[in-house]
Design a protein around this ligand. Sequence first.
Ligand SMILES: [Zn+2]
Ligand SMILES: [Zn+2]
Length: 253
Amino acid sequence: MKILSFMICLLALLSCGKSSSKKSSNENQDVSTIYSATEIKIQVYYEPGAEPYTDELPLLSLKLWDLFQVNMNSLFEGRNTKVSIPKSLEEMKKTKDFNKATWTTDEVLAMSQSYSTLEKGLVFQIFFVNGSASDNSEIIGFHISGTKTMVIFKDVIARSTNGDALVPKYVEQATLIHEMGHALGLVNNGLPMTTPHHDKNHSAHCSNENCVMYYANEGAGSLIKYVSKIKEEKTLIMFDQQCLSDSRSYKQQ
Ligand SMILES: [Zn+2]
Ligand SMILES: [Zn+2]
């Protein structure tokens, strides 16, 4: 099992996976099941104190979670697949208090299994929790390889601010989009590539720095800078064309 993590490093660009100690295995996502589904259900759980942001985005006349929705819709463009996403706290599920400062991958997995869904169909589960990853307190979240489970560390998101109150909200949406990208087989994580854009040195990431699936461990930019640019440009789709093409072009073998 490996984890594909999404780090925030205030001096780095979008970073992900570097700190994982379990990334050496290579368990790809089962994309044939995913891409033959007519509906993909996303369930969101939150620990008290780790509630997702669910406000409006006044600049765009959207709800925040519409950013996640339009990015998922974009991946599935041309298919008869509905992606169902909750957009308000009422549609999300509250967990118990875990009282944990740090989480290992195994602990996240065990916790997620205690919330196993009764829903039928293809269900992805995203858990917002307090605390941080045990091996790196800067990781925002990760997808557990070979599963449909993701975790997001709200404390890390809440402190990812440059004074602009909208930035942590965009960071949260970018993280959701990034982790679901991994869960859906990006990049080269089960989904065959239509053009070479796999940044092989950085786990399952895209080589295009303007893509939400990009990983970079240095540079003048930062995740904050990345989302600030997206916000200023009112960009809705955070995937680049190469990642979109991989998803849109996939055909059952
Ligand atoms: Zn990643
Ligand atoms: Zn990409």
